[in-house]
Design a protein. Sequence first.
Length: 354
Amino acid sequence: MSKRIILGALSAALICHVVFAAFLESDFPDRQKPQGPRPMPPVPAPPPVQENEVCTLIANCIIGNPYHYNGLTVFPISLRRDLDRARYLALDEAIRSGNLEVQETGVVSQVIMVNRSRMSVFGMAGEVLIGGKQNRTLREDTLLYPGRRATVPVYCVEKGRWAGARKKFESKSSMVLPEIRSQAARGEKQERVWEEISRSAAKLKIKPPSGNFQSIYDSPKIQAEMAKYRRVYRPIARLRPAGIVVCRFGTIVGADIFGSSSLFAKLQGKILDSYILDRLQHRMPKHHWNITGRDVQRYLNSVYRARMVYGSTPGDGLSIAISGPVTGKALSSNGVVVHLALFAQPAPIYREKR
């Protein structure tokens, strides 16, 4: 009797289990069924590396040991191989030798350049032209093939003068501040350039006549200070680099890299001077970031993720506007970069303070 009761109870329990399972299966749609833990979403793949002349240049860069002095750090950049095999005259030597003629047009924002050489002439954005009715600076990199003539956009860097017997210009070994070059790349108005020159003069406690940038650069006080930095950075030239990355108090303020080490050698002095002059405007902070070659590599690698837009130039070659995680501008010719300028890192990316 007891066995029958036990067997009956077991049978009833089995029937109830089957019926309840059927009820669950029929009355709950799939979306309401209890779910197990969901798998983690896949890690997004890194963006593909662009294949263009700017990325090719970055991929060929080798970062050298840094040179430090008084808050200004310079990393030499060498290339695994020179990518640009062309031979160039720099603006200074082309004007001095009479191979490049620079003339007034009657418009403040333009000059005419005529290349009478059998070689291409390269003028870098920021180089200063002395003479004419006002001193000027090139707004963008300009390349002129042999025999070429072009109307070139410029900024005035001497606000208080509009007179002069000389229609032609000469070039001195000077370049405007990195911030003015950055403004030029963004297409800022002339007034912003004058404001930046006035601000720099006030910080450096210089009163340039006619608001002339060249007077700031030529000041004996400024030249004496710049000489201290030049002595420290002089050995860089022996490395035959193709460019530099420059940091002020551990924050990157800019980079200039060329497809040819020989062209950089012609411009290295004035490029370094522009960063030194920028440093002299700023007081040494109590603490600053400790930057390493790895940080510089991250900065350069950000070019791979940047947006690049091709455009025309005043002369020959193509301009490439760079925006995104890093901003800058490049000039390319025949599929290789002649010059790449990258501008200030917007915020420190470094971990360690001094």
